[in-house]
Design a protein around this ligand. Structure first.
Ligand code: SAM
Length: 285
């Protein structure tokens, strides 16, 4: 099977199978070999790696992954793509296509059964409509992961990697940075896809931590605080948290901030991850 990372071969396959794109599945297929190389290079795949690809489409990036990885699991929700994948991946004996919604897949079980519980690498050109649930599910789900290298909407990639004091900083930034070290690899224009998405894209790599970079007694409580803080991000932290349904009063919050040497009128968007961890330990003693 010819390399699919170009418009001509992609159209040939789509035509052969009479495939119609489904908008509801966020189907924008990559047709740029240079971008495909960049993604798999950034993922640093070797024959020792077991890779989970989310949304293989017609198998364009899957072919690159099969060339480099020991084993590839490709999870695709659209049943119309399964016969196409059987064809485009027929040369490879190190791939298994799973016709499933990735949000329903037991990835922990997959890693346990198929990779002896060792960390896996995730590589994907993600469907943009469910980027956050997929990424948070992977990070919070306790699945052993080495890294996640993915194409996502540019604005979402920006939110994942920024620090305090910027408009993009929020609950997603803090969650991603608690579990991983993000780095943006490159920006990708809509011209590199068929059909062209209505937004710009970025490739981002999340290097997953074995141990989070900050210590906190109960990270679930910390994330409750973070969510409350950013649900009302224009309010002061004391107001946002006391209105957040956590059973914490304005006075308790103000006292905790004083104990940490922070202003009582500070907003959540000014706090670092370390400061949220310290505040959580103060408030949930
Ligand atoms: N990897 C291909 C490429 O780069 O050309 C396709 C990427 S396309 C942006 C996203 C793919 O994810 C589509 O094939 C779509 O059908 C699939 N998809 C969408 N929602 C999914 C879900 N919940 N679980 C698994 N796959 C999904």
């Amino acid at each position: 099977m010819a390399n699919l990372g170009n418009i001509k071969n992609t159209l040939q396959v789509l035509d052969k199978y009479g495939f119609s794109f489904q908008k509801k599945f966020g189907q924008n297929f990559l047709i740029d070999a240079h971008v495909l190389e960049k993604i798999v290079d950034a993922a640093e795949i070797t024959k020792d790696d077991c890779v989970l690809e989310i949304g293989p489409g017609i198998g364009t990036m899957t072919q690159y992954l099969c060339e480099r990885a020991g084993w590839v699991f490709a999870v695709e929700i659209d049943k119309n793509l399964i016969p196409i994948l059987e064809d485009t991946l027929s040369e490879y004996d190190n791939v298994k296509v799973i016709n499933e919604d990735v949000l329903k897949l037991d990835i922990q079980k997959l890693a346990d059964e198929e990779n002896g519980g060792k960390p896996i690498k995730v590589v994907a050109n993600l469907p943009y409509y469910i980027t956050t649930p997929i990424v948070m599910g992977l990070l919070e789900g306790g699945v052993p992961l080495k890294s996640i290298t993915m194409m996502i909407q540019k604005e979402v990639a920006d939110r994942m990697q920024v620090g305090p004091g910027t408009k993009d900083y929020g609950a997603l930034s803090l969650a991603v940075q608690y579990y991983s070290k993000p780095s943006v690899i490159c920006q990708v224009s809509p011209e590199c896809f068929i059909p062209k998405p209505g937004v710009g894209s970025s490739v981002i790599r999340l290097e997953c931590y074995d141990v989070p970079p900050v210590e906190v007694r109960d990270d679930k409580n910390m994330f409750k605080l973070i969510r409350a803080a950013f649900n009302q991000r224009r309010k002061t932290l004391t107001n946002a948290i006391s209105n957040g349904g956590l059973g914490i009063s304005r006075e308790q919050c103000a006292e905790a901030l004083r104990n940490l040497g922070l202003s009582e009128t500070i907003r959540g968007e000014a706090l670092t991850l370390e400061q949220f961890a310290a505040l959580s330990d103060e408030l949930f003693k």
